[in-house]
Design a binder for this molecule. Sequence first.
Ligand code: PLP
Length: 394
Amino acid sequence: MINEKMRELGAKRSVIRELFEYGKKRKAEVGEDNVYDFSLGNPSVPAPKEVNESLVKLLKEEDSVLLHGYTSAQGDASVRAAIADYINETQGAGVNADCLYMTVGAAAALTCSLTAVASAGEEVIVLAPYFPEYKVFIERTGAAVREVLCDTETFQPDIPAIEAAINEKTAAIIINSPNNPTGAVFTEESIKALTALLKRKEEEYGKTIFLIADEPYRELVFDGVKVPYLTNYYDDTLVCYSYSKSLSLPGERIGYVLVCPRMKDFTATYQAICGAGRALGFVCAPSMLQKLLPAVLGKTSDIAVYDTNRRLLLSELTKYGYTVVKPDGAFYLFVKALEPDANAFCERAKKFDLLLVPSDSFGCAGFVRIAYCVKTEQIERALPAFLALAESYK
Ligand code: PLP
């Protein structure tokens, strides 16, 4: 019998994918340059040159059977050791190869983590606005989603609201910084307050509350902003990392889960991650991509274009009368819709061939997301459309 829930998920495209498909159709009608598609978070800058160079070297020099063969289920041991060394050098995190489980991107890291630590009858807290797939990943475990809205001025976590949401059923909380869709980076002050709260609640309820740090945008930060490394603040942390955005490799599907070695139930938790990977069929992440990583650790795509785009949009949209949340990271701008209904606002934007994502699917009404990981020329060409859209409300 077909699983109805899965059928529904497959039949219904996400709002973002829907817009992207609409954009493709519209471009065929009016020309590529006349549609300003800001829907998808697909990196627009190439991978660092070392990526292709190292791949070519692997293909030329490595034993082909080994290069393309299965690795251990949790990933190649020497690759994991190299990543652990890099994390220790850059974050002083005191981790080792046996804390890491290689995955196909952050999506698999999240599904493995959630499957490992959340079950039916429990709840997972997500901070709205949030990456919409969290809901899909959480509900698949049988646990329920508990949304907690961030402070809608700063988009930092609202600690009293999180405190009110935590209860004896809370299995985990997911945080995502730098954030999709707001671009906010959670400050050290926010992280200290959040982790102090979680420690207090763990004691009160006598159970582990896992902190799942979803970090595909860790390296995409501007103006020297620092992203606190969560295991340094809270032992019951699982870090879900991906090279999709930092190395512009979203289609290659490579990332990992890191289990903090200082957590109370480290062995059982790591075993549960391995078990989840097995149950979900996520064993042995792509071998060649794993073996690429030691050569490119510490490399990042050139994010100067994203910074240029961010500055341009911030200054111009503000001039046109938009209220914009200043992003410190990722490549998204969160803008207040010019009417209460963000969906209606996005429909009107479409008339100007501006494709913006309404914030409702992120669990927060009244905003739109602009993915500015595009060529700067696209933004320059789109500015008159943003102005005309603003003027249509005057
Ligand atoms: N988490 C967030 C917040 C994202 O924005 C994305 C992708 O856009 C993912 C996870 C999934 O990343 P990956 O492509 O590495 O699976």
